[in-house]
Design a protein around this ligand. Structure first.
Ligand code: TXA
Ligand code: MG
Length: 339
């Protein structure tokens, strides 16, 4: 059931229901983070393996580990600096957990992922939870992306409802917030080591993190931390997808698909505005900027599946917007990985 009332959504969450909420990155399927039954339902509704940890979303960017109800237990200075500079915003910090962050949320790990989303409707819901039940503040909601496990993340309420409406129960709600402004999931930074490590690229890039922390940033490759969202074949549409290395290679990829037996009009193209569509192929997205590319990507992948596109050829953006370009390339690589 769709609502525009953030207090109704907050009440539902406090009572243990699930709510589809908009965030600036993608829509989330939210449940009270300190209610193991609500978390169990999130996993069941998504069809997600229960060992995969979820992100806790809070309204208050204060990471003081000593405050009552804190979700984290130990916060290095560089993590505090990142929270101050980037929250509310598309950044998730992985920190040592407190007792409040249960195994249901952390997947049994001794860390918890936490972020303050920037979407006004998400913030309104989280703030309303703290107002309605001040004793439980700071309230947190666990919110994985509101898609069936393995599907493309939803960047519009319709995407989330297409995946999940049939799986929700009476009393669960969906809060509209329009199309997502960022369009790819938050940057996840592991803050348990001496220096920050990016576990999942997002709009906030390595250069941003280096600027804020004054430290060199590591990448996911040498991490022992499990990031199930980083499985190679995640973020997959039903159509096969190939990532062409540059615009000049696009024609050759399309020709190869046609030689391989795919009809020309069942081939979808995702590339920046200036890149021409090869003859006969179907253009799915022609963004003017890397930010527009990120905003439109998941909708284009869903439209491809809805319109009978069998094979997608994508060319990643070349741009100065490093974070978002890295995130797009990362998601396209995963979507094109063998399944
Ligand atoms: O932008 C986003 O982050 C969206 C919106 C709704 O906030 N959420 C999202 O959640 O993408 P989800 O569950 O689809 O992806 C969360 C990722 C998963 O890859 C998970 O493994 C990782 O975060 N994660 C969660 N807790 C973790 C932890 N303690 N350590 C390492 N990775 C963790
Ligand atoms: Mg997800």
């Amino acid at each position: 059931m769709i609502t525009a009332d953030s207090r109704a959504a907050a009440t539902a969450l406090l009572e243990g229901a699930l709510v589809i909420i908009p965030t600036e990155t993608v829509y989330g399927l939210a449940g009270r983070a300190d209610d193991p039954d609500a978390i169990a339902r999130i996993y069941a509704v998504k069809g997600r393996p229960s060992s995969h940890p979820v992100i806790v979303h809070v309204a208050d960017p204060d990471l003081d580990a000593s405050r009552p109800g804190a979700w984290v237990s130990d916060v290095p200075d560089y993590a505090r600096a990142l929270a101050q500079a980037c929250w509310p915003g598309p950044l998730t910090l992985v920190l040592p957990r407190s007792d409040r962050a249960s195994d249901a949320v952390t997947g049994g790990q001794d860390t918890v992922a936490i972020r303050v989303p920037a979407h006004p409707n998400a913030l309104a819901v989280l703030r309303a939870m703290d107002e309605l039940d001040p004793a439980g503040a700071p309230h947190g909601v666990a919110a994985p992306s509101a898609n069936v496990f393995g599907h493309v993340s939803p960047t519009a309420l319709d995407h989330a409802r297409a995946d999940l409406a049939d799986r929700l129960a009476p009393g669960d709600l969906a809060l509209d917030g329009g199309p997502c402004e960022v369009g790819v999931e938050s940057t996840i930074v592991d803050c348990t080591g001496a220096q920050p490590r990016i576990l999942r690229p997002g709009r906030i890039g390595a250069a941003d993190i280096e600027r804020v922390t004054g430290m060199a940033v590591l990448d996911a490759s040498s991490s022992g931390i499990r990031v199930p969202g980083a499985m190679p074949s995640h973020y997959s549409p039903a159509a096969s997808i190939a990532l062409a290395p540059d615009p000049a290679a696009l024609e050759a990829y399309v020709d190869a698909a046609i030689v391989g037996g795919t009809q020309a009009d069942a081939i979808g193209i995702i590339a920046m505005e200036g890149v021409p569509t090869p003859e006969g192929a179907t253009r799915l997205l022609a963004p003017a900027s890397a930010d527009d590319y990120a905003r439109g990507l998941y909708d284009a992948l869903r439209r491809a599946d809805a319109t009978g596109i069998a094979f997608i050829v994508a060319v990643a953006p070349v741009s100065d917007a490093a974070g978002v370009s890295e995130a797009i390339t990362d998601r396209l690589r995963r979507a094109s990985a063998p399944r």
